[in-house]
Structure formats: C-alpha cells, structure tokens
Design a protein around this ligand. Structure first.
Ligand code: GLU
Length: 370
C-alpha cells in the first residue's frame, strides 16, 4: 500500500555513502540514489540534494598522521568538494549546481532570501541543486556543523514538503541494533518526544559528523514546519525502488500541522538570538494578547551587543515571550528605552522606525526553550 507521497524533497546523502572508505569519492552507493532522483524528476517532482563528503573525499590527498587541524580539514573540504560534485554530475544529464552555505548565511535575512531565490531559479531551470556546508570558510560558530541539520534548513528555505535522509542505517530502532539483537525498526513516528530523542544515542560514523541524534533534530525542525522526514538506508538499493512505489522503507516522521508561517519558522529555528530586550507587563500583554508590535515605551532593559536586523529575544523577567528582528542597534535602544516613539528623532538624531520590533518580524514562543 502506498504510504509516502511528496512533491518537493530535499535528499540528504551522508559521507559514509559518498566516500565509503573515508578517503575518496566512490560511485558504490550512488547509482540507485541517482536513478531515484532522475525518475522522480521525470515524474514531475522536484529534488534538492544535500551532499556531505567533501572532507572525506579530500582526506586521501591531505594525509596527516595526527588528528587533522581545522585548516587541514578545510583543505580536505576544498579538494574534496569538487570531487564530490563531479562524482554526482556523472550520473545526471541535467546540470548539477553547487550551493555552499553556512549557518551564518541562513541567519542573515538578505542572504536567506537570496538562497531561496537561487534555489527556486535552479529548480525552474531543471538543474539539480547540490548543497553542502561551506566548510572552507566556516569555523564552529558560523557553521550548522552537520549535514542532517543543514538538510533541515535547506528544506525550510526551499519550502520542501519532504526531507529524506539517506543514512547507513535502516532508520530509527527501538534500541541500538549494533548492540541489541532484539532491536526493531520503528516505521512511523507521529510525534517527536524526549523518548524518541533518548533512542537516538550518541555520535555518528567516523566520516560524518551526524549520528541519529542530529537526524532526529532535523526531523524535529522539519515536522514542526509541516515537512515530513524520512530516514532510510542509502546503502540498500531496494530502498529507492520502494520509495519510487510510494512505500516507506525506513522511519517516517509525520509532518505536524503547520500552523506557523514560514517567516515565523525561520525566526524560531534558524536565527540565533544576539541579545535580549526586557519589557514591562503592559508591553507583554500588548504583544501576547493584542498582537502588537514592540514599542520603545515598554522596554525596561537591553542586553547584548546586537545590530539592527539581528534576532533578539523579548523577555519579561526570566521568561522569554517572543523572538523578533530588531530595527535598532542595542546602543540606540539604550537611549530610547522607556520613551515615547515620537521622541526617537530627538533622542537619536535621526528619524527611525516608530516600533522597535514590527509585528510581522515577531514570533511568540510557547516553548521557553526555543
Ligand atoms: N560538510 C561536511 C562534508 O561535506 C559533512 C558534515 C556531515 O557529515 O554532517 O564533509
């Protein structure tokens, strides 16, 4: 029985499939994946690939007998990235388009819009976008860090309906199948609870950075945004025949009802807060109950060194009530906090916006940990 349909998918392929020996790219596991992509496209579906493997693919050329330094890994990535792209291209007649991103790009509003527009344009022109982290420029705090989460962000920015994570394991099991012979595959997860996270265990393979945990994180981000997520075993060619028939060969995480708008999702999941704005009870009520924008008059304190355009948290005491894109630098907010909007021009010497965070750029947080 068919139980898996989709229109636009992000397919994430991990390093263990691209470079199974951990030293160079290989075609070994890619043919069934490529055929699946080609047949899906021929059936009118849209595909974006998120491919790992640049570091693993370049490792054979930057041999070191110690734990590789950041620069050495970046050199591996620079060498391996072109190998990885070329390895994919040989399976397709359509052009493979290289898209390199960092978390920093996804946090920036202008760059985010550009990424979205470029992906849309590539799909319109029948190209196959192949996304990876821009490993050669990104260091820890600028990175997503693992391609499972990068796959989720890509699905969000591309407004895909499905994320397919091709792993080297069949899906999520009731226990670690490497240690527990009684472990069984869980075909469907309707809600991602702490118990599901608990099943995920720890780190991933020697080649990739992700383990089951990052896959659940990716599924969590996506399903909350109305994007179903499927973990399958990319080493098993049959999996892709089953997918083409509309069957679920792995673990399917059902999409939750998407109640938040795309903008709210980006704000909630992608953007890192650069600081916080503390507000009084009046402003809290206006924001939470009346759907109002944040005005300077309700601000009691400003924390952090953020700039206009950054994401900040809105707090009342210790509770984070909302997150939004601020229209003023922190240093200017210190001057206008608690004041009426009409005084902004006099206090700052320029006429800025009457509101500090516009309602359209603000998302209420039910979950204080987000
Ligand atoms: N971006 C890394 C690479 O291409 C992989 C990260 C991951 O495996 O999650 O080598």
């Amino acid at each position: 029985m068919s139980n898996f349909t989709w229109k636009r998918a992000v397919i994430k392929v991990g390093s263990a499939l691209i470079a199974p020996d951990g030293l160079q790219v290989s075609a070994k596991y890619l043919l069934p994946i490529a055929r699946f992509i080609t047949e899906s496209r021929a059936a009118g579906k849209e595909v974006i690939l998120v491919s790992s493997g640049s570091v693993a693919a370049g490792r054979g050329r930057v041999m070191v007998n110690h734990t590789a330094s950041i620069a050495e890994k970046q050199a591996m990535a620079a060498i391996g990235q072109t190998q990885m792209m070329a390895n994919w291209q040989r399976f397709f007649d359509c052009p493979c388009a290289q898209v390199l991103l960092t978390a920093d790009d996804l946090r920036n509003r202008t760059r985010y819009v550009n990424i979205k527009n470029t992906l849309r344009e590539l799909l319109t022109h029948q190209a196959l976008p192949i996304v990876n982290e821009n490993d050669t420029v990104a260091v820890a705090e600028l990175k997503v860090g693992d391609n499972d989460n990068l796959g989720a962000y890509t699905a969000l920015v591309a407004q895909a309906d499905t994320l397919i994570i091709c792993s080297d394991i069949d899906g999520l099991f009731t226990a670690d199948p490497r240690k527990d012979p009684t472990a069984t595959l869980i075909p469907k997860v309707d809600t991602i609870t702490p118990d599901i996270y608990a099943l995920a265990g720890g780190a991933g393979t020697a080649m990739g950075t992700g383990g089951m945990r990052t896959k659940i994180e990716a599924a969590d981000k996506c399903t909350q945004s109305g994007i179903q997520t499927l973990i399958v075993n990319g080493r098993n060619g049959n999996v892709f025949d089953r997918l083409l028939k509309g069957n679920n060969p792995g673990t399917l995480f059902s999409a939750q009802r998407s109640s938040q708008k795309a903008r709210a999702l980006w704000l909630t999941h992608t953007l890192k807060s650069k600081g916080s704005i503390h507000v009084d009870d009046g402003a809290t009520k206006a924001i939470v109950n009346r759907g109002a924008s944040l005005l300077p008059s309700g601000i009691t304190d400003v924390k952090g060194r953020f700039c206009a355009g950054d994401a900040v948290e809105i707090k009342n005491g210790s509770q984070t009530i909302a997150k939004g894109l601020v229209l003023y630098d922190a240093k200017d907010l210190h001057k206008i906090k608690g004041q009426k909007s009409h005084q902004i021009a006099t206090l700052l010497g320029f006429a800025g916006s009457e509101v500090v965070i516009h309602r359209d750029d603000l998302v209420l947080l039910d979950n204080p940990h987000l």
